[in-house]
Design a binder for this molecule. Structure first.
Ligand code: A2P
Length: 285
């Protein structure tokens, strides 16, 4: 009799899924944006606290080494695309068909597990910048991810009068993730309540494409050099007294825009030494 009761109870209680990986997190949502881009979410472990704009190491278990029979985790740095207050963690990723991690990560489904090392770090944080009037986000491709976090962070609008978001991609479809996120900000309950209705008018969004026709064509670097970006946006040229910048893109872009910002008089900051711009490499693999 006792035995029968306990069997019934065991059947009625759903067995929680036991994580099988070290630092495992279960994927809750996956969205494919183009054949080169996707985003996914998992729950934020309660112990994981981070500053909007930071990154963590995430990945999957690698293949079994035929010699040792052991498996090692395959990890890469990923910016957290969700804000620090969110219960979910969101990531925005490229798909590289022969990339060691993303060739496999692109196939994850809700219910699958990823490895998430809970040690957030990074320089694309408000703490690494001195106070200013206008904040520039310069992104290419998946470099938009940390700005997806910072655009949903109240401090961004508390600290600045204007937030200029530039995003350069090869094709128009690669802008969709960023565009939809910025459009959704208008209805963001937290930001409307904390910052005030109409806070989103502080945002000036400047998306451009380089290899497919869109409303604005060209690399942001060229559009700034010619002065066109500033006249289109209706803002003065970058000035170290008023302007602050965060950069996240591919290596060539980062180097080029860094040089341009330094020519405008901006200086690279760090957590321990806040200055007028900060830079981070977007994950590419
Ligand atoms: P382009 O198509 O002219 O190379 P990727 O997908 O290769 O990471 O590139 C993302 C975007 O960044 C593309 O639109 C690309 O333009 C642009 N880009 C690459 N290098 C630079 C650079 N040095 N300055 C500005 N934009 C760049």
């Amino acid at each position: 009799m006792t035995e029968q009761t306990s069997v019934t109870e065991a059947k009625a209680t759903p067995v929680p899924k036991v994580p099988t990986l070290p630092d495992a997190q279960t994927v809750t949502e996956v969205k494919h944006w183009t054949d080169r881009l996707f985003s996914f979410k998992c729950k934020r472990p309660a112990s994981l606290r981070f500053r909007s704009g930071e990154f963590v190491m995430i990945g999957l278990m690698g293949d079994v080494n035929p010699k040792t029979g052991k498996q090692k985790p395959l990890l890469r740095a990923y910016s957290i695309a969700s804000p620090s207050w969110d219960e979910d963690l969101e990531f925005y990723s490229i798909k590289v068909q022969d990339g060691p991690l993303t060739s496999r990560l692109q196939h994850i489904q809700p219910g699958d597990e990823i490895i998430l090392r809970p040690k957030p770090v990074g320089t694309l944080v408000h703490d690494a910048l001195l106070p200013g009037k206008r904040l520039w986000f310069f992104a290419t491709g998946t470099g938009f991810a940390p700005f997806a976090s910072l655009l949903r962070e109240p401090q961004t609008y508390e600290d600045y009068d204007e937030v200029v978001v530039t995003h350069t991609c090869r094709e128009a479809g690669e802008l969709t993730y960023g565009r939809e996120l910025i459009e959704a900000l208008k209805d963001d309950e937290l930001l409307n309540e904390v910052i005030g209705e109409g806070f989103w008018k502080k945002i000036k969004y400047y998306p451009t494409t380089t290899r497919e026709e869109s409303a604005k064509m060209g690399r942001i670097t060229d559009l700034m050099r010619s002065g066109k970006a500033f006249s289109d946006l209706g803002v003065p040229e970058i000035n170290a007294d008023t302007d602050r910048a965060m950069i996240c893109g591919n290596m060539a872009f980062n180097l080029e825009i860094k040089k341009m910002l330094e020519d405008y008089g901006l200086e690279e900051g760090a957590n321990s030494d806040p200055k007028t711009y900060v830079v981070e490499k977007a994950f590419l693999d």
